[in-house]
Design a protein around this ligand. Structure first.
Ligand code: ZN
Length: 126
């Protein structure tokens, strides 16, 4: 079997744990969301990237990204519907160091350097 390629993650949420308030710990069921899955949700559902853009950001193909986001959404839905806890841990990923800047308009990302304008669409960056 071919080893899975590291998925590039720019926002580290490992060690995060969500627990529904009304359910006592001993009754609580837990769902494990991997770090690459929550990164997929962040890029696609929060930042509004397409699967293609988000896949590029994570250094994986569009179809691999599609599988990851589908799995992530199903787990999150299950946790919300059945009141399960969500633990974010594990997955095949590599944390990319350094700040990443992101253009709200065209979704272009660039590393490290703070710029006043997006290098791609020239929109002013806040
Ligand atoms: Zn831009």
């Amino acid at each position: 079997m071919r080893p899975k390629k590291n998925r590039c993650v720019k926002f580290n949420l490992s060690q995060v744990y969500f627990k529904p308030r009304s359910i006592p710990m001993f009754k609580l069921e837990e769902i494990n969301l991997t770090v690459d899955e929550i990164e997929a949700v962040r890029l696609c559902d929060y930042l509004g990237m397409s699967h293609e853009q988000a896949g590029k950001s994570m250094n994986i193909s569009r179809s691999t990204f599609g599988r990851i986001i589908q799995s992530a959404r199903k787990k999150i839905a299950e946790a919300l519907i059945y009141g399960k806890a969500i633990k974010i841990e594990g997955g095949v990923y590599k944390i990319k160091n350094g700040a990443v800047y992101f253009c709200q308009k065209c979704k272009h990302e660039w590393p490290e350097k703070k710029l006043n304008k997006c290098p791609k669409c020239k929109k002013e960056v806040l």
